[in-house]
Design a protein around this ligand. Structure first.
Ligand SMILES: Cc1ncc(COP(=O)(O)O)c(C=O)c1O
Length: 474
C-alpha cells in the first residue's frame, strides 16, 4: 500500500475506465443504502428519480451560482425554488429567502442573521443568546460557536417537546431569538410552535423553526389528513424557517432553503464588501462558489415530483413508518420514544438487562446501518418509501437481536457496545470531547486513519480506558 504521507498526483493521468472501476470498488465499503439497510444520510425516492436528478445536475455541473448575473438560469431556478418553498410553508408575497448547501448552512445563516438583526435593532446587547430546545439540531451549537452566540438549552417535557415554561424562564435581556423544531432529529417530535410563537411575540423576539427534516414532509402529511398543529408561517410569531430539499424534498445533495418572514431579516444575512481589489463583492450565503448542479437539480426535483408525487411518497412513507413503529412497540423490551407524528423516530430498551447498544451491534452484524443515540441510549430511524420492502426483515432481525441479548446479556461487554455505553455514561463530557477531538486529528492527519468502531477494542473505549478507566460505569 502506498504511503499516504507521500501520495502524489500521478504524473500521467490514469485511464478513465480503470478509475471508474476503482471508484465503484471503493463504494463497496460504504453503507448499503441502496438495499434500504440505512435510515439516514441518503434520501432515496426511486432509481428513475435519481437518474433524472443526475441528468438535471449534469446539465449545470459546471455552472456557478456565485454570480447571478453570469448564470441567470441558476438565479431563476433559485428564485423559483424559494417561491415554491415559501408557498408550501404558507408564506406570502413578503416572504423571502435563499438556497443553501444544506440544513447546517441554513441554520448557521439564521443564527448569523438574528445576531446581526439584533446588532442593528438592539445594539445594547453585547452577549447575544438564543434559547433552543435540548433536542434542537447540533447545528445550532455549531452556529453558536462560529458566530459567538450563546445557545441556552431548554429542557424537554415528558412528551419530548420543549418545555415552554422553561423556555420562558431562560429568556434574558440578551435573548435575540427562540428555536423550535418541526420535527427534531433525535425523537422526531414537533415542538409546540404556537406556544413558542406566543412567547416570542410577547418578548418581541424572533422564532426560527427548524423544519430541515419536516419542511418537505409535514405539509404533505397534513394534507393527507394526519393531525398536525401548524408549524409554519401560518403561526404569526414564526420569523424564519429552514427546510431541506435534499431530505424529504428528494433533491440532489447540497440543497436547502432558508426563509424569512420579510426582507427586514434577510438583509442581515447578506455579505457586501465594496473595497476589495478584486471588485465589489456581494454574496447571499456562506460559500463563494455555489455549485450549479445542486441548485438546478433541486428545481428539477420539485417540478418532477409535483404535489401528487410528494403526496404519494408521503403516504407510503407514513404507512411504512407506522408498520415500523407498531412492530417495534410490539417487541417486549422495546419502546418508541414519544409520539412522533411523522416518519422520524427513535426507540430504546425498557429492561435493565437489555443493553440498547448490544441490540444495535447485533443489528449491525445482520447488515443494518444503525444510528445510535444517547440520553437515553436509543436507535434512530428516518423512513423513506423504499423501506417498505424491508420492514418485515428489520423487525424479524430486531426481534432476534433482542432475544439474543436477553439470553446473553454479556454481549454488552463486547463489540462496540461498551464503547458507546462508556461514552454515553461518562459524566466528564470535556474528557469525551478531548478524545473525540484526538480521533478527528487522526482522521484528518497525514495518515487519514478511519476509526474501526467494531474492532476488539473500539477506539473510544481505548482512549478512555487509557485514562485510567475512571469512568467505567458498566
Ligand atoms: C432537524 C434537523 N436540522 C438540521 C439538520 C442538518 O442538516 P444537514 O445535515 O443537511 O446539514 C438535520 C440533519 O439531519 C436535522 O435533522
Amino acid at each position: 500500500m502506498q504511503n499516504m504521507n507521500t501520495l502524489m498526483i500521478p504524473e500521467e493521468g490514469v485511464d478513465k475506465a480503470l478509475l471508474l472501476e476503482q471508484m465503484r470498488a471503493r463504494r463497496e465499503e460504504d453503507i448499503n443504502w441502496h438495499g434500504h439497510r440505512a435510515f439516514s444520510l441518503v434520501f432515496h425516492q426511486n432509481d428513475a428519480h435519481a437518474e433524472f436528478l443526475k441528468e438535471a445536475h449534469g446539465l449545470f455541473f459546471e455552472g456557478n451560482g456565485l454570480n447571478p448575473l453570469a448564470f441567470k438560469s441558476l438565479k431563476q431556478f433559485e428564485h423559483e425554488v424559494v417561491r415554491m418553498t415559501a408557498a408550501l410553508l404558507h408564506g406570502n408575497e413578503r416572504t423571502v429567502g435563499a438556497m443553501t448547501s444544506g440544513g447546517t448552512e441554513s441554520i448557521l445563516l439564521a443564527v448569523k442573521t438574528y445576531r446581526d438583526h439584533a446588532r442593528a435593532h438592539r445594539p445594547w446587547i453585547r452577549n447575544p443568546e438564543m434559547v433552543v430546545p435540548a433536542s434542537a439540531h447540533v447545528a445550532f451549537d455549531k452556529a453558536g460557536s462560529y458566530f459567538d452566540v450563546r445557545m441556552v438549552h431548554a429542557p424537554l417535557d415528558g412528551d419530548l417537546r420543549v418545555n415552554v415554561d422553561s423556555m420562558r424562564r431562560l429568556i434574558t435581556p440578551n435573548t435575540i431569538a427562540l428555536v423550535g423544531s418541526a420535527p427534531c432529529y433525535p425523537f422526531g417530535v414537533v415542538d409546540d410552535i404556537e406556544a413558542l410563537s406566543d412567547l416570542a411575540r410577547a418578548k418581541g423576539i424572533g422564532l426560527h423553526v427548524d423544519a430541515c427534516v419536516g419542511g418537505f414532509l409535514l405539509p404533505w402529511i397534513e394534507r393527507l389528513g394526519y393531525p398536525l398543529p401548524p408549524f409554519d408561517f401560518r403561526v404569526p410569531g414564526v420569523t424564519s424557517i429552514s427546510a431541506d430539499l435534499h431530505k424529504y424534498g428528494y433533491a440532489a445533495k447540497g440543497a436547502s432553503v432558508i426563509l424569512y418572514r420579510g426582507m427586514d431579516y434577510l438583509r442581515h444575512q447578506f455579505f457586501v464588501q465594496v473595497d476589495w481589489p478584486g471588485g465589489v463583492y456581494a454574496s447571499p450565503s456562506i460559500p463563494g462558489t455555489r455549485p450549479g448542479g445542486a441548485i438546478a437539480a433541486a428545481w428539477a426535483a420539485l417540478m418532477a415530483m409535483g404535489e401528487n408525487g410528494y403526496l404519494q411518497s408521503a403516504a407510503t412513507t407514513m404507512e411504512t413508518a407506522a408498520r415500523f413503529i407498531s412492530g417495534i412497540n410490539d417487541i417486549p423490551g422495546l419502546r418508541v420514544l414519544g409520539t412522533p407524528p411523522a416518519s422520524v423516530f427513535a426507540f430504546t430498551t425498557t429492561e435493565a438487562r437489555l443493553d440498547c447498544y448490544a441490540v444495535a451491534d447485533l443489528l449491525a452484524l445482520r447488515g443494518w446501518h444503525v444510528d445510535r443515540q444517547q440520553r437515553p441510549p436509543a436507535i434512530h430511524l428516518m423512513i423513506n418509501p423504499g423501506h417498505q420492502q424491508v420492514v418485515d426483515q428489520y423487525l424479524e432481525d430486531l426481534r432476534q437481536a433482542v432475544d439474543q441479548v436477553r439470553r446473553h446479556p454479556e454481549i454488552a461487554q463486547s463489540g462496540s457496545a461498551p464503547a458507546y455505553g462508556l461514552l454515553a455514561g461518562v459524566p466528564a463530557r470535556r474528557l469525551v470531547a478531548k478524545n473525540v477531538l484526538r480521533m478527528m486529528e487522526s482522521m484528518y492527519g497525514p495518515q487519514g486513519q478511519t476509526p474501526n468502531l467494531s474492532g476488539p477494542v473500539p477506539w473510544p473505549a481505548r482512549l478512555l480506558l487509557r485514562l485510567g478507566g475512571l469512568f467505567r460505569e458498566r
